[in-house]
Design a protein around this ligand. Structure first.
Ligand code: GLN
Length: 254
C-alpha cells in the first residue's frame, strides 16, 4: 500500500509537470496568421518565404507577446472563415474593415490606410473611375471576396452597367488584363503599384482618380476579447514608437 501510494505520487507529480509545461507552451505558444500572399508589398513571396508589411507587423506583435508567428497562405475569401472558426488566430492581408466583416470577425485598431484604384492598359477608353459607370459595359477584374470585388458587384454589375470577373490571385487578374480578357482591375493602390511595376513591359497604368479609401486592420475571432486586447496593446505600442510607420516606409516609398 505504501509502495503503491509512492508510485501514485510520482505519477501525479509527472502529470503536473507535463500539465505545466503544456500550459507554458500555450502562453508562449504560437500565433497563427492567415494571409493571401499575392498582395505586395503587404504579403508576397521572396523565394519560399512570405515577406512584407503585414508579416513584419505580425512578427513584431508576436515578439511582444512572446509567441512564435506561424503564417499560412490561403485564398483571400478563406481568411475570415478560418479566423471565425478559430483555425487561425489572426488574419492579416491588407484587410479592410467593413460593416459586413464586422458581423463575422472582430478587428484590431487600424494600422494602415488602403486606397482602391483602377488599373487599365495604356490607351484604354477608361480614363477615370466615372467611366466605369458609363455605357461602356466594361468587364472588371477583381480578387474574389475583396472590397474591390464587392464594389464592382454592387455598384456596376448589379446595376447592369458591366460584368465582374473574379480571380483567386491578384496575379491572375493582372494576366487577364494583359491578355485583354478584362478591361480593368479594381485593387488596393500599393499592390496595384507593385504589380504594375513587376509587369513593366505590359503597359499597365493606374488611373489618378480613387475608387474608395479604407482602413486596414487585423481580423480576429469574434468575442475573443483577450486576444483582441493583447493584439491592440502590442499594436498601439508599435504605432506609438514609430515601428509601424518604419515598416510601411520600408516598403512604400512614395
Ligand atoms: N483591402 C481589400 C480587402 O480587404 C483587399 C485585400 C486583399 O486582396 N488582400 O478586401
Amino acid at each position: 500500500m505504501k509502495k503503491f501510494s509512492k508510485v501514485l505520487v510520482v505519477i501525479m507529480a509527472l502529470v503536473m509537470v507535463l500539465a505545466f509545461s503544456a500550459c507554458g507552451e500555450k502562453t508562449g505558444g504560437t500565433l497563427s496568421m492567415a494571409t493571401e500572399a499575392t498582395f505586395p508589398p503587404y504579403e508576397y513571396y521572396d523565394g519560399d518565404a512570405i515577406v512584407g508589411i503585414d508579416v513584419e507587423i505580425a512578427q513584431a506583435i508576436a515578439d511582444k507577446l512572446g509567441m512564435k508567428l506561424e503564417i499560412t497562405d490561403i485564398a483571400f475569401d478563406s481568411i475570415i472563415p478560418g479566423v471565425q472558426s478559430g483555425k487561425y488566430d489572426i488574419g492579416l492581408a491588407g484587410m479592410t474593415v467593413t460593416d459586413e466583416r464586422l458581423l463575422e470577425v472582430d478587428f484590431s485598431n487600424s494600422y494602415a490606410t488602403g486606397v482602391q484604384v483602377v488599373i487599365v492598359k495604356e490607351g484604354s477608353p477608361i480614363t477615370s473611375v466615372d467611366d466605369l459607370f458609363g455605357d461602356g459595359n466594361y468587364t472588371i477584374g477583381t480578387q474574389t471576396g475583396t472590397t474591390g470585388f464587392l464594389y464592382a458587384t454592387w455598384d456596376i454589375a448589379d446595376e447592369g452597367l458591366g460584368t465582374v470577373n473574379s480571380y483567386a490571385k491578384t496575379t491572375d487578374a493582372i494576366e487577364a488584363l494583359k491578355t485583354d480578357k478584362i478591361d480593368c482591375i479594381i485593387l488596393d493602390s500599393a499592390p496595384a503599384q507593385a504589380l504594375v511595376e513587376a509587369n513593366a513591359d505590359a503597359g499597365l497604368i493606374i488611373l489618378d482618380t480613387e475608387y474608395a479609401v479604407e482602413d486596414y486592420a487585423i481580423a480576429m475571432q469574434k468575442g475573443n476579447t483577450e486576444l483582441q486586447e493583447k493584439v491592440n496593446k502590442a499594436l498601439d505600442e508599435l504605432i506609438a514608437d514609430g515601428t509601424v510607420q518604419k515598416i510601411l516606409d520600408k516598403y512604400i516609398t512614395d
